[in-house]
Write a protein that binds this ligand. Structure first.
Ligand SMILES: [Zn+2]
Length: 193
């Protein structure tokens, strides 16, 4: 489930749709949570190899650590990639704003954290664009991602968090404990295989 202060906008025939902030979303805000309504197809599910569903799964789903595919029920599935994304996946089953997001700004993720089984060309337009999103991005970028997340998660508690209640109790406790001890879960926890 995506943060409520967002809307779907059409961008262009090449890019398609994107998700935009409708209000200021400060760094440390949970912008997406894997809530109980999300569709999870286990790694051995027959639909994962059914030809007619391949384009849809490739475009809209992400690969989880255990090889299952996650497909969002709401507009979260339209969040685009940026090589300097303002949101990143955490090892806690949610995504967090890693910098302040202004009203009207597009919400973006780094697909390098989604365990893509193939290289995906990127033309996000950012000066630091990697030109291609690769499964090996994990090795190159893990420290940068962890540092960005560490700084963002440290801001989490005092902020308004409309998605907090959709986290299960175990995750809520883990976040509180890790915040208290300063030991954050590395994005290594997301890596498939
Ligand atoms: Zn890029």
């Amino acid at each position: 489930m995506i943060h409520p202060a967002t809307e779907l906008r059409y961008i262009s025939p090449t890019i398609g749709f994107g998700v935009y902030a409708t209000a200021f979303i400060p760094r440390g805000t949970i912008v997406y949570v894997q809530d109980a309504l999300e569709i999870v197809l286990p790694a051995d599910h027959p639909l994962l190899t059914a030809e007619i569903y391949q384009p849809i799964l490739h475009k809209y789903s992400t690969v989880e650590k255990d090889g299952s595919r996650l497909l969002s029920w709401d507009i979260a599935r339209y969040v685009n990639h940026s090589c300097q994304s303002n949101s990143l996946s955490t090892g806690y089953g949610f995504e967090v704003a890693v910098r302040d997001i202004q009203p009207g700004e597009e919400i973006t993720d780094d697909y390098g954290l989604f365990n893509l089984p193939y290289d995906m060309p990127c033309a996000c337009g950012h000066p630091d664009c990697r030109n291609s999103i690769r499964p090996s991005d994990f090795e190159l970028l893990i420290d940068r991602w962890d540092n960005q997340l560490h700084a963002a998660l440290a801001q989490l508690i005092p902020l308004e968090q409309p998605l907090w209640r959709y986290l299960d109790e175990t995750t809520q406790t883990a976040v509180y404990t890790d915040l208290a001890t300063g030991k954050f879960r590395s994005v290594q926890a997301l890596r498939h295989g």
